[in-house]
Write a protein that binds this ligand. Structure first.
Ligand code: HEC
Ligand code: HEC
Ligand code: HEC
Ligand code: HEC
Ligand code: HEC
Length: 189
């Protein structure tokens, strides 16, 4: 993979090649194809067209974190595997069947549960499928990488905002400094 790594040192800048024989930006790797050449554009277009997620409920991280609620109370999968998980209405109601039940927003929540409606949270982070990036929370949590390194300080956010641009150099620079693998296939499929 060393050759591919050099090839990728300047993303978006095709290295000099013999005239008429453009080489894939994926270098000599047999795994990837040149179809990825426009992924960056696709990602920018994707998020450009949808700058802020619109959530179905006025949720506040700040309120919950100031009351000592833990990330893992709502994002229950984050220590176990790849996916942190977004809370279903039933998860909210584990607490709110008892907590703040007189508040209008909690009444709305209770009504939604009673009538079988779900909270369809829109995703904030992530890449288009075409980027072929794989991510796994668990090894990062085991290695004690803070949530805030990748997501900013949620105690200052209501609904989550993209506070950190998780581009490739963000990932690769930390992997280099922590001696984690920078093999292309660690993060790509
Ligand atoms: C530690 C994780 C990680 C490693 C290792 C890694 N990548 Fe990436 N790569 C990413 C992420 C994340 C993105 C998506 C960035 C984005 O869309 O903003 C990406 C995007 C890309 C893109 C599309 C970039 C663009 O601008 O369109 C290419 C091409 C790519 N990687 C090639 C490689 C190659 C070749 C290697 C091996 C030398 C490699 N990557 C290793 C995380 C990684
Ligand atoms: C090393 C960076 C990193 C760290 C540390 C990290 N995350 Fe993430 N998180 C990501 C990336 C990247 C995604 C998008 C992954 C995807 O869509 O494939 C994500 C997605 C999420 C999501 C939505 C998708 C899902 O997995 O359900 C939640 C919720 C989340 N993170 C919560 C947390 C919490 C809570 C912590 C700390 C316990 C944390 N993250 C730590 C990088 C990180
Ligand atoms: C682990 C327990 C717990 C879970 C799970 C939980 N909450 Fe809360 N929530 C609280 C606490 C504690 C407060 C603060 C109550 C207070 O100030 O009296 C709160 C406050 C709120 C408030 C503010 C009420 C007001 O008007 O002051 C809203 C809205 C809310 N939660 C919605 C949700 C939603 C939506 C979910 C699920 C995504 C959820 N909560 C999950 C414990 C929880
Ligand atoms: C009381 C429940 C609750 C707690 C506690 C909580 N979250 Fe969330 N989180 C949510 C809900 C609901 C969403 C979906 C709405 C949104 O995007 O804000 C969410 C979304 C997110 C997202 C955006 C994921 C994506 O890609 O769509 C991240 C990142 C995140 N939370 C990180 C954290 C971190 C880090 C903590 C702890 C510091 C935390 N959350 C604590 C309920 C919670
Ligand atoms: C702040 C440092 C840091 C950042 C940022 C970071 N990582 Fe990591 N990553 C680590 C560490 C440390 C490990 C654990 C290595 C180990 O267990 O030996 C790891 C492990 C991984 C693994 C599992 C590797 C394996 O061998 O199982 C994947 C996949 C991964 N990271 C992808 C990513 C992607 C994609 C990004 C960018 C969105 C990213 N990482 C950002 C530090 C980081």
């Amino acid at each position: 993979m060393a050759t591919a790594a050099c090839e990728f040192a300047s993303p978006g800048q095709p290295s000099g090649t013999a005239a008429g024989a453009p080489r894939s930006r994926w270098g000599t790797s047999p795994v990837f194809t040149p179809a990825h050449a426009s992924v960056g554009d696709a990602v920018r277009a994707f998020f450009g067209a949808r700058p802020d997620a619109r959530q179905p409920f006025e949720f506040s991280h700040q309120i919950h974190l100031s009351k000592g609620v833990l990330c893992t109370d709502c994002h229950t999968g984050v220590e176990q595997g790849p996916v942190a998980g977004l809370p279903s209405i039933n998860t909210c109601m584990i607490c709110h069947s008892q907590i703040a039940t007189e508040k209008p927003l909690i009444k709305t929540l209770t009504d939604m549960q009673t009538t079988g409606r779900e909270l369809d949270w829109q995703r904030v982070y992530g890449w288009v499928a075409g980027a072929h990036v794989r991510f796994d929370h668990a090894p990062h949590i085991r290695a004690k990488v803070e949530c805030s390194t990748c997501h900013g300080n949620l105690a200052e956010q209501t609904v989550a905002r993209r506070a950190v641009d998780m581009n490739m150099s963000f990932c690769v620079n930390c992997h280099k400094s922590k001696q984690a693998s920078n093999d292309c296939l660690t993060c790509h499929y």
